[in-house]
Design a protein around this ligand. Structure first.
Ligand code: DP6
Length: 303
């Protein structure tokens, strides 16, 4: 794809929510994700002709604040004496809407830098770098991945054919970034400790469920883990929620379809959109049902 490097979005089945350490970035609890290959970012780097560093997303020039954010990150791992660059990025994922654009964007950027600056880093090294840009991006290097409290990122083998739909509630940029939100929850949520304990148990149960090819168990943990994560936002000071009334309507639709016999489960991240986990064999009938009940945008993500 003409010199573009690709990075994929991933959605956590057991969430990363809270940093135990910022440098290096380490999660409070082990987490696990599924990569969505149809949601990706592509990035290339060129020599800047303006004499300044520049950054474009979907042909839109980014603000000085965004440029300095990305350049600060890049300057941690590229040669200190470098020429000014132009970073050109395209997202198929709506940016900063809780649809994992930071994981796909960071993965694409790190690979693009590796190419442009001829860094010759191994995948393992790139994963380590990506994590410092956006924690969850380290999981995008594998179809299914776990990220442990000691920083290890591992590929997880899964025999089930999983896929996701996204019921889009909003593609707007979220009011509070996942980074800020996570930090607030670590510092102030009265149930944060409980969350980390639950998430650790969820992680272990999820690993066994995957080994057992037990989709029902995978789905149930996915839902309860997402709800547990979101409950920490309500117990924060100031309290907040990523979920809107429409998010709850979407969750009800998922439950309704499940009760009618098509197995599917919801999960939500740092935004109001609802992702629906299902098995590919159910795609056609599930899509029909969802289309009938959800009148807004639906993104199909075959994994
Ligand atoms: C809710 O990876 O965006 O999507 O490390 O601060 O960049 P930073 O956070 P980020 O957080 C993702 C949080 C989440 C859950 C998850 O993907 O595990």
């Amino acid at each position: 794809m003409d010199n573009f490097s690709i990075g994929y979005a991933n959605i956590a089945l057991v969430k990363y929510w809270g940093k135990k350490s910022k440098n290096p970035v380490l999660p409070f609890n082990p987490n696990i994700s599924l990569r969505l290959d149809s949601l990706y970012s592509k990035t290339k780097i060129e020599k800047s002709s303006s004499g300044y560093d520049e950054f474009y997303i979907n042909d839109k020039k980014q603000s000085d604040k965004e440029v300095s954010k990305i350049i600060n990150f890049i300057d941690k791992f590229v040669p200190s004496k470098r020429e000014r660059i132009k970073i050109i990025s395209y997202n198929t994922v709506p940016t900063a809407a809780g649809l994992s654009s930071s994981s796909s964007g960071t993965m694409a950027l790190v690979i693009a830098c590796n190419e442009y600056f001829k860094l010759n880093k191994s995948t393992e090294q790139l994963i380590k770098i990506a994590k410092e840009g956006s924690g969850s991006s380290c999981r995008s290097f594998f179809k299914m991945a776990s990220w442990l409290e000691d920083g290890t990122v591992k590929e997880i083998k899964c025999n089930l054919d999983l896929a996701m739909f996204i019921l889009v509630v909003s593609e707007d940029i979220k009011e509070i970034s996942s980074r800020e939100a996570m930090e607030r929850c670590v510092k102030t949520s009265t149930n944060f400790k409980e969350w980390t304990e639950t998430a650790k148990k969820d992680f272990d149960s999820m690993i066994s469920a995957i080994e057992e090819n037990n989709f029902t168990k995978i789905g149930k943990i996915t839902e309860s883990n997402a709800l547990a994560m979101h409950s920490t936002t309500k117990c924060a000071t100031p309290s907040f929620s990523f979920l809107t009334e429409e998010s709850y309507e979407a969750m009800d639709i998922v439950k309704k379809i499940r009760n009618s016999g098509i197995e599917c489960y919801f999960t939500m991240d740092a935004g109001p959109n609802v992702k629906v986990l299902y098995q590919k064999k159910d795609h056609d009938k599930l899509y029909e049902e969802i289309k009938y009940l959800w009148k807004k945008k639906i993104i199909q993500c075959m994994v």
